[in-house]
Design a protein around this ligand. Structure first.
Ligand SMILES: [Zn+2]
Length: 170
């Protein structure tokens, strides 16, 4: 099974569950099969709060358990472990969503030429700018062609970074 990196854990938790569960997940990453009692002790945290965190992780199918009967007390104890493949699955999906969003932003920004008023009244397409004689319909100032190459550049760079990250995951 693939080793789960802290970076992937952090990215997934940050966007899906919340970083307050990071410490607990890090414990499970380092020690296999911990009971909620052991976790509560190691985190120095209330058992109900630990259970709540485990529940939230379980909702995303990021953890699993094995149960063993405590012969002395006669009840079952749950031992928890991480599911690395699920972390990677969610991570890949997050990157994929981001990639789609960036692609559509890049497309929008490369196909449209914008003209804007220096007083920030309007932003119009080149057709509309031509129709109003390149003057602002609100204040009459001369409209300026807006250079969005910087924005486009940074979007493309972001996209390249995501593609690289995804390649490394394969
Ligand atoms: Zn104006």
């Amino acid at each position: 099974m693939r080793r789960l990196t802290k970076r992937v854990v952090k990215e997934v938790l940050k966007r899906r569950i919340g970083l307050e569960v990071l410490e607990l997940v890090e414990l499970l990453r380092k020690h296999k099969d911990l009971s909620e009692f052991k976790l509560s002790e190691m985190l120095n945290e209330d058992i109900n709060s630990v259970r709540n965190k485990l529940y939230r992780l379980q909702q995303f199918n990021l953890i699993g358990f094995t149960k063993k009967k405590d012969e002395a007390r006669g009840w079952y104890v749950y031992f928890w472990h991480l599911k690395p493949e699920m972390f990677y699955h969610l991570y890949r999906k997050m990157l994929d969503d981001e990639l789609k969003k960036l692609n559509s932003e890049i497309e929008q920004n490369s196909s449209v030429e914008l003209y804007t008023c220096p007083n920030r009244c309007v932003a119009v397409t080149s057709e509309d700018a031509l129709l109003c004689d390149y003057t602002c319909p609100e204040c009459g100032s001369l409209l300026r062609h807006t250079d969005n190459s910087k924005l486009l550049n940074s979007l493309v760079k972001k996209r390249d970074r995501i593609i690289k990250t995804m390649d490394k995951l394969e």
